[in-house]
Ligand binder design. Structure first.
Ligand SMILES: [Zn+2]
Ligand SMILES: [Zn+2]
Length: 217
């Protein structure tokens, strides 16, 4: 199978848009056609070298698309399902997942630039390419581990809902789960960017009283 992907070969260099080979999905893996992907500063951190990462790599980690093929043993999604990416996969079976701490899942400690068997599903002239956070959203198509895709409503616009995969959850999650903002509480948000705007929206959603945005612009 083929995909067009933005490949980063070297830090501080532009990505290269090129044709790449995509291998068949293995057991408990899915092949997805990405429809949309947000641009997150975490992708830029890899480009600038702030986050050291093996190269070459296909970046992108807040993606939404449609499942086109599934590997053996896949049970949670089917061909045709619309999905969002999850860059911190949770297996649903380990003690953390069962105990209500899915973000601590044992899967997150494995290298997330390969599939769970430690190999890549992308090739360029025979060379393996790394999958950023097992998502590789800056490709038209990608193979992901089954726990890295989450089925969503088919009528959700993919170019909007892709943001839920990083910016929305990064901003809203702390309001719901960490700060547990109670109704009427005052909330100050430093930085009204992609994450901060979602913190503001979540604060409003839980009934915060005064919401203050602090931003240089
Ligand atoms: Zn992100
Ligand atoms: Zn788990």
């Amino acid at each position: 199978m083929r995909a067009t992907a933005a490949v980063l070969y070297e830090v501080k260099k532009p990505v290269v848009v090129e044709d790449v080979e995509v291998l068949e999905p293995g057991p408990h893996e899915v092949f997805v056609r990405w429809a949309a992907n947000g641009v997150c500063h975490s992708d830029l951190h890899v480009v600038t070298g702030d986050y050291p990462h093996p190269m070459p790599v296909i970046l992108g980690h807040e993606a939404a698309g449609v499942v086109e093929k599934i590997g053996p043993g896949v049970e949670t999604v089917a061909v045709g399902d619309h999905v969002c990416s999850s860059y911190i996969p949770s297996c649903g079976r380990c003690s953390y997942c069962i105990g209500g701490l899915p973000t601590m899942c044992a899967l997150r400690d494995r290298p997330r630039w390969f599939m769970h068997d430690g190999t890549s599903r992308f090739r360029r002239n025979g060379q393996p390419l790394h999958h950023f956070l097992q998502v590789a959203g800056y490709a038209t198509h990608a193979v992901l581990p089954e726990p890295s895709v989450i089925p969503i409503r088919a009528d959700a616009p993919l170019d909007v809902v892709c943001l839920v995969s990083c910016g929305v959850l990064a901003g809203a999650g702390p309001v719901f789960n960490r700060a547990k903002v109670p109704p009427g509480a005052s909330v100050a948000v430093w930085g009204a960017g992609g994450v901060g705007l979602n913190t503001i929206q979540a604060a409003r959603l839980v009934g915060a009283g005064k919401v203050i945005a602090v931003d240089v612009v």
